[in-house]
Design a protein around this ligand. Structure first.
Ligand code: NAD
Ligand code: ZN
Length: 341
């Protein structure tokens, strides 16, 4: 079958033939309908230091998708051929303490689809049935293909109570942009987002941001004054991976503020710990999505009129994958969809 394969230990991605996946007793086979490109796929494309030490070559990559179940393993219950599904890309061990306690997102033995094992940029993928999520009919394919990153946004944004709170989001990448929409949807007061990219800040405004600031041109403190905020932000969502953005966030948090950290910095970082202590800040690291609480929350929000469609800015046939990767790498995009049909 056809797949987008990381074939060589250099920048790039290649369309190639790969073996058809086999399924075990507890797996399902899924025919891919649409996929989306993640920042992780760009790290793999660029073949940075993380990719070099993580990704086996050659391997089909990708983990954001929607597809149709075409075969189920003999032990699988609750799924059938023809079901339209996406899947949780973190495959967990099932036997560690957290897995057994129902906290699969904290599994110490997590394996990543399209990172540690073959991914969804292919005509078919095999995944454990316990990772599969049936998509409600009311959710269109393009949105169903981005439930994974939407889930990162939901997991982070719903970590703390946002009702009536002033929220600062650093980083208007696709995930930050979706977090704006979620914060609005669940009843935050002011939702301020920062980035250094005007294209993405414009998308964030479309999603309902009270203010979308280019930090190379304007300051968060000035924006607070303009909005009439007096005491700083109640909740911070770090979604840039940029340490200066995080430091700036810590400056403008209110005493007792709560900060959820999704963005992954490139290396070790130094922070003003005294400020965190004296302000009594609560910091929480976020990894992946809660299985499957986050998935239920996000589909329910979509079914109660949360609209995240503006985050999808480009759609390509898979034959034009190079163009799709180029636009994603340019930074002048939100989510980019690849159609496999
Ligand atoms: P992205 O790289 O598309 O977005 C990051 C944004 O931060 C970019 O738009 C960039 O311009 C912006 N930025 C750079 N410097 C900034 C600064 N000084 N101030 C404000 N913004 C700045 O990434 P994404 O796909 O939206 O993901 C967001 C972050 O979350 C990334 O760091 C990614 O690696 C991380 N991530 C973590 C998990 C997890 O499970 N923890 C999952 C997915 C993504
Ligand atoms: Zn586990």
């Amino acid at each position: 079958m056809k797949a987008l394969v990381k074939q060589k230990t250099e920048a790039g991605i290649w369309m190639d033939e790969v073996p058809f996946p086999s399924i075990g007793h507890n797996d399902v086979l899924i025919k891919i309908v649409k996929t989306a490109i993640c920042g992780t796929d760009i790290h793999i494309y660029n073949w940075d230091a993380w990719a070099e030490k993580t990704i086996p070559v050659p391997m089909a990559i990708g983990h954001e998708f929607v597809g149709i179940v075409t075969e189920i393993g003999s032990e699988v219950r609750g799924l059938k051929e023809g079901d339209r599904v996406s899947a949780e890309g973190h495959i967990t061990c099932g036997h560690c303490r957290n897995c057994r306690a129902g906290k699969r997102h904290l599994c110490r033995n997590t394996i990543g689809v399209g990172v540690n094992r073959p991914g969804c940029f292919a005509e078919y993928i095999s995944v454990p049935a316990s990772n599969v999520f049936r998509v409600p009919a009311s959710i269109e394919d393009d949105i169903a293909a981005i439930l994974d990153p939407f889930g990162n946004a939901a997991h982070t944004a719903l970590s703390f109570d946002l009702v009536g709170e002033d929220v600062l989001i650093t980083g208007a990448g696709p995930i930050g942009i979706m977090a704006v929409a979620i914060a609005r949807h669940v009843g935050a007061r002011f939702v301020v987002i920062t980035d250094v990219n005007d294209y993405r800040l414009a998308l964030a405004r479309q999603m309902g941001a009270s203010a979308a600031i280019n930090v190379t041109q304007a300051s968060i403190v000035d924006t607070e004054r303009e909005l009439g905020m007096k005491e700083g932000f109640d909740v911070g969502l770090e979604m840039s991976g940029n340490i200066q953005a995080f430091r700036d966030m810590l400056q403008v948090m209110n005493y007792g503020g709560k900060v959820a950290i999704l963005g992954i910095p490139t290396g070790e970082v130094s922070l003003d710990l005294t400020r965190i202590i004296l302000k009594g800040l609560v910091l929480k690291g976020i990894y992946g999505r809660e299985m499957f609480e986050t998935w239920y929350k996000m589909t329910s929000m979509l079914q109660s009129h949360l609209d995240i469609t503006p985050v999808i800015t480009h759609r390509f046939s898979v034959d034009d994958f190079q163009q799709a990767f180029d636009v994603m790498r340019s930074g002048m995009s939100g989510k980019v969809i690849l159609d496999w049909q």
